[in-house]
Design a protein around this ligand. Structure first.
Ligand SMILES: Nc1ncnc2c1ncn2[C@@H]1O[C@H](COP(=O)(O)OP(=O)(O)OP(=O)(O)O)[C@@H](O)[C@H]1O
Ligand code: SF4
Ligand SMILES: [Mg+2]
Length: 325
């Protein structure tokens, strides 16, 4: 399987606000690297504010990076002039968390679905046929073309958002918490729609969520972020090696009571992105913390089983090759 997306050392800092305050720097994303193969789903998971959406916007080059590189299908995106970047963007699309923000309330569903073609200057032989086929693709009745966003349910609106993102036949779709604002039963329908579309259209997904249980179900690989940094990258069915991933997994929803684990509640505050500690940012919440952790940041290292973890004292189950566990 060939590589579609390669992210290397990506960082984004924001200047702090306040007229009289000494301007500080907020570290939203720090030194993130990963690769995504064609046809795969990489899940990005972490608590609110850990930098997931900022990373998504950096990957799509909707905002500029402070450092680092994004290579899409072999092309360094920073090297592209504006016009070529616009053309390349047809192949990378974003689905938002909030289906309400994805569609202009003044647009009918038809207008919303035709807008990407207008923006890219693509002439359509039969716009109504295109709208009907896009609605059909996401399981919506074609009569909805004349509806306005306020006449649709949350699930219908998210389906329109997905159809709009797929209108220009992208290769990569970045899904930023696409089910977070929906009821549980509707969430399951949207996840199975996304699964079907991936198979039918050969899509590659970057799937952002704060729910590690959902990410493990839906994705091939999981990348765990904590305060802007990658702390673990693992196959979705692997045992976590990082204490933060373990705690996230233990607190994620498990519908089968026989599978429920003892919940390790995360106590302690997340440090501020303005004042990152010298050592591990998870140290004040970690049950495995040692003196080394407080002074020295653990680099992202590869364990014998291939998963990557940034921790001085990784959990032993994952650190051992499968045969020794
Ligand atoms: N333009 C900006 N200026 C200053 N700070 C910003 C800006 N954009 C994002 N941030 C900060 O960067 C941090 C990461 O934000 P981001 O939206 O990427 O988090 P997230 O993981 O997507 O959170 P959530 O799960 O709540 O969506 C937040 O603390 C946010 O306040
Ligand atoms: S480096 Fe230390 S504090 Fe950080 S997660 Fe690992 S054991 Fe815990
Ligand atoms: Mg977000």
């Amino acid at each position: 399987m060939t590589e579609l997306l390669k992210v290397t050392g990506l960082s984004r800092r924001f200047a702090g606000g306040g007229l009289f305050r000494k301007r500080k720097v907020f570290h939203a994303v720090s030194d993130v690297s990963f690769t995504l193969k064609r046809g795969q789903i990489l899940g990005i998971v972490g608590e609110s504010g850990c930098g997931k959406s900022t990373l998504a916007r950096l990957v799509l080059r909707l905002i500029d990076a402070s450092e680092g590189q994004v290579t899409f299908d072999g092309v360094d995106m920073a090297s592209l002039p504006r016009r070529e970047l616009r053309r390349l963007r047809q192949r990378m699309q974003l689905v938002f968390q909030d289906p309400y923000s994805a569609i202009d309330p003044r647009y009918s569903v038809r207008d919303a679905l035709l807008e990407p073609f207008k923006v890219q200057g693509v002439k359509l032989g039969s716009p109504d046929e295109k709208v009907a086929s896009l609605l059909d693709m996401v399981g919506l009745n074609t009569s909805l073309a004349r509806s306005y966003p306020h006449q649709l349910s949350g699930g219908q609106k998210q389906r329109v958002g997905i159809a709009r993102a797929l209108a220009l036949n992208p290769s990569l779709v970045v899904l930023d918490e696409p089910t977070a604002s929906l009821d549980v039963s509707v969430q399951a329908q949207i996840v199975s729609l996304l699964e079907r579309l991936r198979h039918e259209l050969g899509l590659t997904y970057l799937f952002i969520s704060h729910d590690l249980g959902l990410v493990r179900y839906f994705c091939d690989q999981v990348l765990v972020m904590y305060l802007g940094r990658v702390v673990e990258v693992m196959p979705s069915d692997a045992e976590p090696a990082h204490p933060y991933t373990r705690a996230l997994l233990d607190s994620s929803f498990e519908p089968d009571p026989r599978q429920r684990r003892t919940i390790t509640r995360l106590s302690g505050e997340v440090p501020s992105g303005y004042d990152l500690p010298a050592g591990c940012a998870f140290a004040n919440r970690c049950p495995r913390v040692s003196d080394l952790c407080r002074g020295v940041l653990a680099p992202l290292s590869t364990l014998p089983n291939g998963q990557q973890v940034a921790c001085h004292n990784p959990l032993i189950d994952a650190a051992l090759p499968a045969a020794c566990r």
